[in-house]
Design a protein around this ligand. Sequence first.
Ligand code: HEM
Length: 100
Amino acid sequence: MDLTLQQLKQYDGTDASKPIYLAVKGRIFDVSAGKSFYGPGGPYAMFAGKDASRALAKMSKSDDDVCANLNGLSDKEIGVLNDWEKKFEAKYPIVGRVVS
Ligand code: HEM
């Protein structure tokens, strides 16, 4: 399934009838099983329905960082992002890609 960032927003957990999606490096994971993390009121709800790559790399929950832009990240931050990617691959199904 291909989704634009705009379409991805519908899957932010606010509509309980829809799954919750989170993208890492443009690949969309179904994180519905982690509803307590990403659902409304959860500690990582700001990542839901978004590509959270930059935020994951920087260990940041700031709205400004919840995006796919990797510009200017350090090698260490890219390493952190790659570790998160592995964690998501192990835990959640991949359901598609973000397209522009
Ligand atoms: C004081 C700061 C923090 C504490 C105490 C904390 C604590 C935790 C705990 C206990 C888990 C669950 C681990 C597990 O059971 O697998 C977790 C998962 C996670 N944390 Fe944090 N965290 C903190 C900060 C952050 C920050 C700043 C970020 C921003 C990137 C972050 C992102 C995540 C993500 C993405 C998960 C994975 C949830 C999942 O399995 O889907 N955390 N954190």
